[in-house]
Every structure is written in C-alpha cells, then in structure tokens.
Design a protein around this ligand. Structure first.
Ligand SMILES: *[C@@H]1O[C@H](CO)[C@@H](O)[C@H](O)[C@H]1NC(C)=O
Ligand SMILES: *[C@@H]1O[C@H](CO)[C@@H](O)[C@H](O)[C@H]1NC(C)=O
Ligand SMILES: *[C@@H]1O[C@H](CO)[C@@H](O)[C@H](O)[C@H]1NC(C)=O
Ligand SMILES: *[C@@H]1O[C@H](CO)[C@@H](O)[C@H](O)[C@H]1NC(C)=O
Ligand SMILES: *[C@@H]1O[C@H](CO)[C@@H](O)[C@H](O)[C@H]1NC(C)=O
Ligand SMILES: *[C@@H]1O[C@H](CO)[C@@H](O)[C@H](O)[C@H]1NC(C)=O
Length: 571
C-alpha cells in the first residue's frame, strides 16, 4: 500500500510505483465514453424507484426513517442471534401456548404487563424474559409495520396483510390475533419462527415459545404505572375495545401536561428505547439476509403499483392496490427465496449490500448537506470567493474520479462532454467488479440484481448532478485546478443553477439522515418524530383529519424536541 504523504518525495515515489502496475482494469474509465454518459442534463425516469429502493434498504431496522415513512415496502428474511433477550409483558406467569408478541427492549414490554392480584396500591405485573437459544428464523416487515392505522387511513400493514390474507381488508385493521396466527401459519412450511415489526419500538412475534427460545425469568414486577391506565389491563373488559385482539394496549392519554406523570413516563420511555435504534445500524438484534429481500418498489416484479404511485407524495405510497397477478408473483418470489437456503448458508453471492449502500451514504450525506448549507446562507464574502469555496467542495467529492485529462479543450466541442468520464467513473466504480465478473453475476439472486440496479441508479444520479455542478463551476472560472480562458459564465447565474441542482438531488434521494431537529435539541431533550399511536389514533382526531383535504400534521411527520423527564412534553 502506498500512502500519499505530505512529502512530495513520497508522492513522487507513489506515482512511480503506480506507473509500474500493468494497466488492466475492470472499470474502464480512461478512454471513450458511450452515449449513456453524454448528457449531463438527463433526469432519472419519473417512475423509476431506484432511489426509493436504495433509501428503504439503507433504512432497514432503523427507527427514525421507518417512523417518517410508515408504509413499508420490503419483506426480508433474517435471524435473531443466540443470547438475545426478548421481553413479554403478560397477565400471568404461564408460558404462552399461542403466538405472542415480544419486545426487544423491556421498556416496550412493560406497558403490556398485567395480572395484579387484589386492588391495593401495590399492584404488580408479570414480565417474562426469554433468551434466544439458537438462531431464530424470522421475517421482517419494514415501515411502522406494527402500527394499527385505522380502516385504510394507513398502509402500515398492507404488505403483511397481502401476504397472509391476500388482500387489505380495512375492517380487520385491529385484528392482531388474526394477523399473528395467520403469519405463523403462512411461514410454518419455511421454518419461520418469528416476525419482526416496528411501532414505538421493535417487536418480534414469536410463533412457538417451546422451540428456539428459553424462559430465562418470570418476574412479578412492581407496576408503578398501572393506576394510570384505565380500565386496568388485567380487566377483561379492557380488551373488548380491540375486538379479535388479546393484546393489551395502553388506553388514550390526555394530550396535555395534566396527564398523570406515570403514564407519561411509561409512554416516553418506550419512545426513548425506540430512539436508541433511530440511526444506522439500527436494531442490531436482527440480522437480515438482503440476498433474499423482496420489494414492492421493484417495478419489474410489481408493475401494477406504478400508476397507483403517480402524482402521490412518498408518504402516501402503499401496497394495497397491487394487482392479483403481481401479488402472486411476489408470493412466488418470496416462497422461492425462502425455500432456497439451508440452515447455514445464504443463497447470495457474498456481496455485503448493507455496506455497499452505506459507503455511498457515508461519502455523500454530510457533503451534500454542507453544500446545501453553503448555497443557502448569505455571507460577507464576494460571490466569487463563496463560489470558489463551493467549487472546492464539489471537486473534493469527485477527486477519486477527476482524471487529469478531464478538462475542456480550447476550441474543442461545446458543452460538458469533457466531464463524461468523470461522471462514468464516479457512477460505476463501486459496482464495476460485479458487472465485470460473469461468475459473480451468475451467483446474484433476483433480490441482489434489484439491489445492484438500485445502487447503480442512485450512484448515477448523485454523480450526474455533482459532476454537472462541478462542470458549471469550471465554466465560471471557479475551479482551482482547471483554468478556462473564455466565455466565463456569470457567477450568480451558476450559483442559481447549483442551488436548484443540489435541492433537486437531495429531494430525489430524500435520505432521512437529513431530517433532524434544527436547531439541535438541548441536553434535556431528544429529537422526536410523531409516532403511532400518539397522534390522536384513539381519540378520533385522526379520522377527522382524514376527511379533510389538508393532511393532519401526523401524516407528514416533522421532527421536534421533547423533554427527557418530567414534566413530559405533550405528544
Ligand atoms: C394467562 O394470560 C393469558 C393472557 O395474557 C391467558 O390467555 C391465559 O389463559 C392465562 N393463563 C392462565 C393459566 O391463567
Ligand atoms: C378493593 O379494596 C378496597 C379497600 O381495601 C375494598 O373496600 C374493596 O372491596 C376492594 N375491591 C375488590 C374488588 O376487591
Ligand atoms: C388536560 O387533560 C385533563 C385530563 O383529561 C383534562 O381534565 C383537562 O381539561 C385537559 N386540559 C386541557 C387544557 O385540555
Ligand atoms: C409513469 O407511469 C404512468 C402511469 O403508469 C404513465 O402514464 C407514464 O407514462 C409513466 N412515465 C414514464 C416516463 O414512464
Ligand atoms: C385500492 O384497494 C382498496 C382496498 O382493497 C380498495 O378499497 C380501493 O377501492 C382500491 N382502489 C383502487 C383505485 O383500486
Ligand atoms: C434556507 O435558508 C432559509 C433561511 O435561513 C431557511 O428557512 C430554509 O429552511 C433553508 N433551506 C434549506 C433547504 O436549508
């Protein structure tokens, strides 16, 4: 390895050694650029979903992005590692004999514990702690897939309902018992033992508590919160409100500060635990096998949803109107993928897609954010000075791809064709080896081919826009390396174009890492996105909102700071 050093001599040595390496590469980025890379103004297709697949895959098992966009589009097999603790709040200490819900964090399970003897103030409740005794085979539904959004207002459970029931039946929005039993029934032939979903925090629905998990402890805990939930969870009458479900739910909370402190604490701590998994790497107690992912954003597999998304904002994308033929194709694909592996080996090529995606986000997320900031703030600098700063950032992003020969030629062809090799290098370098290797390509599963094309599409667009901006800066004589003799463009005009380009790219990518509280929260607060069910689900406010043209605020969740301790912020 030849490290570039500040010492020029070392740099020269590196150059000499590099020159001795025979030039035979997978990524042919040096000569000749075909027509695919000639037009820097070619926008991605209006119905293309590469960026949506990219973002949803990069967001798997992370609480923040799946709270922001609640309607999941992916089904992914995975496993839960040995030694993982799972918590189950319960009305007694008997082992569940039917499928039941467990939480990955005790804070989440605590709200479901019950079974108080007597009616004095020293009420207790049962918490069962299980440990995973061998890798547990699970299926994960992304989005807020455990959120019971009422009667068609949501879309959070479309994917699982289509799988289990073959339709989205709005009347069964709260039929959680039917869902869990149906899922466990559906997956039995593939040995699926649990289903991973998300609401305020992550949960794993366990199909059979006698296999794969062992009871570690059955504790009768002090239930400090119990007095503030009415009617009491251990009262059978309290469950009549959720027909078909035996799963206790916290009752409606007054949405103001006079809410009983214990109830607010209970609610807050569940949200708090969920927030530990907000950002990458998210909930790490589930390990996904991306080589067997199925996406409803796959336009080849699910073309019928394309017209249903037309003109809709991303919040409103949902799976319910998939055609019968496409649903059959999805199910067949999933069944084939689930049947394709043994206990120990994955069907995949060995490519680490999670990291392949992450590398792109790491490399561009902060830099694009900085770029947008530089373009959106006024300074006392001259336009040229600020322009040079921005051009410097663009050049930094493209450094690994800015070939020495990539520069406009005096008297050469008009336009930015000279920059095409930079665009191609930037867009193709990360996946060139996969495309070039017939053996590797042949090993890709259908899921991996989808992941590859989403990565290519996303990289192509990022690089297109950044190269286009950089080339505009060259034309405006703002680049530190490439001098341009004539026809310098007007700087304010270039900055105007930059701003439009950067904003359009970031809107297209729509990465949730950019959604944060601004200004950042104080030490006594955390940043929060409206999370089901704390936006009026139980009070009727949600239904009211659905009747109006104007979407209620929970529909497009915006971040805000909430207090970490009493008095808790109203949610
Ligand atoms: C324990 O509670 C569950 C509900 O949480 C109930 O279905 C079950 O019958 C109870 N078992 C016993 C032994 O009481
Ligand atoms: C609850 O406790 C009160 C006071 O000790 C007692 O009067 C009442 O009978 C108890 N109710 C039940 C249902 O046990
Ligand atoms: C806050 O909630 C309490 C309990 O439900 C209620 O009595 C009170 O009127 C509410 N206050 C406001 C300002 O809404
Ligand atoms: C996108 O999909 C809509 C609805 O199916 C269709 O009318 C339109 O022609 C498509 N646009 C492109 C660019 O493919
Ligand atoms: C979409 O599906 C829902 C639920 O199955 C149904 O009520 C609705 O009519 C469908 N809409 C269209 C446009 O097909
Ligand atoms: C740009 O700056 C304005 C004014 O400071 C601010 O309101 C706006 O949110 C900023 N836009 C972006 C995309 O950062």
């Amino acid at each position: 390895m030849c490290f570039l050093n500040f010492a020029l001599t070392i740099a020269l040595l590196c150059a000499v050694r590099a020159a001795q390496i025979p030039i035979q590469t997978l990524a042919t980025g040096t000569v000749g650029v075909d027509s695919a890379w000639s037009d820097l103004s070619a926008l991605p297709g209006a119905n293309a979903t590469g960026q949506l697949i990219f973002d949803t895959v990069n967001s798997l098992l992370q609480h923040w992005p799946n709270t922001r966009y609640r309607n999941g589009h992916n089904i992914i097999p995975g496993s839960v590692p040995v030694g993982t603790l799972l918590y189950h709040g319960r009305a007694n200490n008997s082992l569940p004999t039917v499928p039941e819900w467990t939480a990955t964090d005790p804070e989440h399970a605590y709200g479901f514990c019950g079974g108080a003897p007597g009616n004095d103030t020293n009420i207790g409740c049962w918490q069962l702690t299980f440990v995973v005794a061998r890798p547990l085979k699970v299926l994960y539904f992304d989005g807020s897939s455990a959120a019971n959004m009422k009667a068609g207002a949501g879309g959070t459970q479309d994917v699982q309902d289509l799988l289990v029931w073959g339709e989205v039946d709005h009347a069964r929005w709260i039929d959680e018992r039917g869902r869990i039993n149906g899922l466990c029934e559906w997956g039995r032939e593939f040995g699926i033992e649990g289903y991973v979903r998300m609401e305020m925090d992550f949960e794993i629905m366990i199909c059979d508590f006698t296999v794969g998990v062992e009871l570690l402890a059955a504790d009768f805990l002090a239930a400090w919160w119990a007095h503030f939930i009415t009617p009491p969870l251990w009262d059978p009458a309290s469950q009549s409100a959720d027909p078909g479900s035996t799963r206790p739910r916290p009752r409606p909370h007054p949405r103001n500060n006079s809410e009983p402190p214990a109830a607010a604490l209970l609610r807050f701590e569940t949200i708090r635990a969920g927030s530990w998994h907000n950002r990458y790497p998210g909930e790490t107690r589930v390990v996904l096998d991306l080589s067997r992912l199925v996406s409803f954003y796959d336009t080849a597999l699910v073309p019928s949803l394309i017209p249903h998304r037309a003109g809709l904002e991303r919040w409103d994308h949902r799976a319910q109107n998939i055609s019968a033929a496409d649903l059959a194709a999805v199910t067949e694909r999933l069944r084939a993928l689930l049947a394709s592996t043994s206990e120990s080996s994955s069907a995949g090529s060995g490519v680490d897609w999670k990291t392949m995606y992450r590398v792109v986000v790491d490399r561009y997320a902060e830099r694009l954010e900085l770029l947008q900031y530089l373009l959106n703030t006024t300074t006392t600098e001259t336009a040229a000075a600020r322009g040079k700063t921005i051009q410097g950032q663009l050049r930094v992003m493209l450094t690994p791809y800015t070939l020495h020969a990539a520069r406009p030629v005096v008297g050469g062809p008009a336009g930015d064709g000279w920059a095409a090799p930079v665009w191609r290098g930037c867009a193709t370098r990360h996946t060139a080896h996969i495309h070039a290797s017939a053996a590797l390509s042949a090993r890709l599963t259908a899921s991996e081919r989808l992941l590859l094309s989403a990565l290519d599409e996303t990289g192509r667009e990022i690089c297109r826009v950044v190269v286009r901006m950089w080339a505009a800066g060259v034309r405006a004589e703002l680049d530190s390396v490439i001098p341009v003799a004539a026809n310098a463009e007007d700087i304010p005009h270039v900055v105007e174009g930059w701003r439009a380009d950067a904003n359009a790219l970031m809107q297209w990518l729509d990465w949730s890492v950019w959604v944060k509280c601004r200004p950042a929260c104080g030490v006594e607060e955390m940043c929060y996105l409206p999370t089901w069910p704390y936006f009026g689900q139980w009070t009727g406010e949600r239904e009211k909102g659905d009747d109006t043209e104007k979407a209620p605020p929970w529909k497009r969740p915006q971040p805000r700071c909430i207090r970490l301790f009493e008095p808790y912020s109203p949610l």
